[in-house]
Design a protein around this ligand. Structure first.
Ligand code: ADP
Ligand code: F6P
Length: 329
């Protein structure tokens, strides 16, 4: 009976538990012994592994976060760190490793694959910045969290006739801001993938205010920070909020959603996606596959080489930006 290990790494994403559960139970059904690595690559380097049976992954399907714990481990990027990880895998006689995580974590999986470890990657990150898959685990839940926040802010914004700037996560990717802005009826959406002119945004808000729209929403992605000159500890939202208030003279409030977007029970979509990915990972290892990432493409779960899946930058449909402006009225 072969041994499979599973780890979660990088930013946690709702649905990671559902993926670990599905992998464990399907893996056991296929005859594998399953081990959980605690705290991502850090835990792997430190040999922090625990056996996982069907009961260990009970009651986690509906929970956000990750029961295995996660970490960011700079040392793992070095040859010495990877050597430690390889030694741990050898010591525990692990024959296959499933990495559940974002772009960085999956690059780590590719590095191990290149050194002879049989690895399968499962994309899980609220940023949705992995080029090879239409959507990663956690994105749908985070998106719903942002839209729900916009709904709530709408009540107070309308009551006070205020302009709101809402900052979403997305380290270098504007997906969350773009989709939440469109779904939430934002007046303007600022993302790193598209050039923007704050003066023009201010003009637009003022124009629609004068035309009778007394409250409006500007959704900004944290990813635009590289285009702004932020003071230490100043958020992107605060910067844009101060600018718009200054330019328009309107009453502006800023909400930085922050890590709230990473938590919460996974939506049905995320549970189903994670479950399908988890099952497919166990099957892929049984088929002897390695160095591959599972992905959702046109509704189907497919597997493609990690290298290919991580290549380049995720493309966004920038026409949606124009659509958001048009529909914001
Ligand atoms: P995410 O996986 O959510 O994108 P990070 O980019 O922080 O999060 O990556 C998580 C961890 O994956 C890092 O702390 C590091 O241990 C590992 N990692 C990231 N990039 C690489 C890389 N190029 N090679 C090997 N390991 C990496
Ligand atoms: O990659 C997921 C993410 O939540 C990004 O959106 C954000 O920039 C980053 O992680 C925050 O990282 P940390 O957990 O270190 O605060």
């Amino acid at each position: 009976m072969g041994r499979i290990a599973v780890l979660t790494s990088g930013g946690d994403a709702p649905g990671m538990n559902a993926a670990a559960r599905a992998l464990t139970r399907k893996g056991i059904a296929l005859g594998f012994e399953i081990w959980g690595v605690r705290r991502g690559y850090r835990g792997l380097m430190e040999e922090d592994l625990v056996p996982l049976g069907p009961r260990e992954v009970g009651d986690v399907l509906q929970r956000g976060g990750t029961m295995l714990g996660t970490a960011r481990a700079e040392e793992f990027k070095t040859p010495a760190g990877q050597k430690r990880a390889l030694e741990a895998l050898e010591k525990y006689r692990i024959e296959g490793l499933v990495v559940i995580g974002g772009d960085g974590s999956l690059h780590g999986a590719q590095a191990l694959h290149e050194q002879g470890v049989r690895t399968i990657g499962i994309p899980a990150t609220i940023d949705n910045d992995i080029p090879g898959t239409e959507i990663a685990i956690g994105v749908d839940t985070a998106l719903n969290t942002v839209v729900e926040a916009i709904n709530k802010l709408r009540d107070t914004a309308a009551s006070h006739e205020r302009t709101f700037v809402i900052e979403t996560m997305g380290r270098d990717c504007g997906y969350l801001a773009l989709m939440a802005g469109l779904a939430g009826g934002a007046e303007a959406i600022l993302i790193p993938e598209a050039p923007f002119d704050l003066k023009e945004v201010a003009r637009r808000v003022l124009r629609s205010h004068r035309a009778g729209k007394k409250h409006s929403f500007i959704v900004v992605s944290e990813g635009i920070r590289q285009h702004l000159e932020l003071r230490p500890f100043q958020s992107v939202g605060e910067y844009v909020g101060a600018y718009i208030a200054d330019e328009t003279g309107l009453e502006v409030r800023v909400t930085v959603l922050g890590h709230v977007q990473r938590g919460g029970a996974p939506t049905a979509f995320d549970r189903l996606l994670a479950t399908r990915f988890g099952v497919a990972a166990a099957q892929a290892l049984q088929e002897g596959k390695s160095g591959r990432m599972l992905a959702l493409q046109r509704g189907e779960i497919v597997s493609l080489p990690l290298k290919e899946a991580l290549q380049g930058r995720r493309e966004l449909d920038l026409e949606l930006l124009e659509l958001a402006y048009l529909l914001s009225g």
